[in-house]
Design a protein around this ligand. Structure first.
Ligand code: ZN
Length: 101
């Protein structure tokens, strides 16, 4: 059932997107806070299945490190911004583009 679920979710993710970016999650660390939800590491399975399906279809798969800053980085020029959790959008201080967090 778990494998079937992972295949269906990864198929849906791959069908709906041409570029997939996954964060390398600290699953062991997360288990301390929400053990039952991540205990069987189905997220890791979904990531693996999405990766091979994406590559099989010639789409782009990219993994981002868990310590790599991704929030508040301007997608146009790379300028870094400090955002609070309430900041859902921001205007880049360098190139002035308006972006989603
Ligand atoms: Zn910018």
């Amino acid at each position: 059932q778990r494998l079937d679920f992972a295949h269906k979710i990864s198929r849906q993710i791959t069908n709906e997107n041409d570029i997939l970016v996954f964060e390398d999650l600290n699953v062991k660390g997360m288990q301390k806070f929400n053990g039952s939800m991540v205990a069987d590491n189905v997220m890791g399975l979904i990531t693996q299945l999405s990766k091979y399906k994406t590559e099989l279809e010639g789409k782009l798969y990219h993994e981002i490190g868990r310590f790599e800053k991704s929030t508040g980085v301007c997608s146009e020029c790379g300028q870094h911004h400090v955002l609070t959790l309430n900041d859902r959008n921001f205007t880049c201080t360098a190139c002035e583009t308006y972006q989603s967090r």
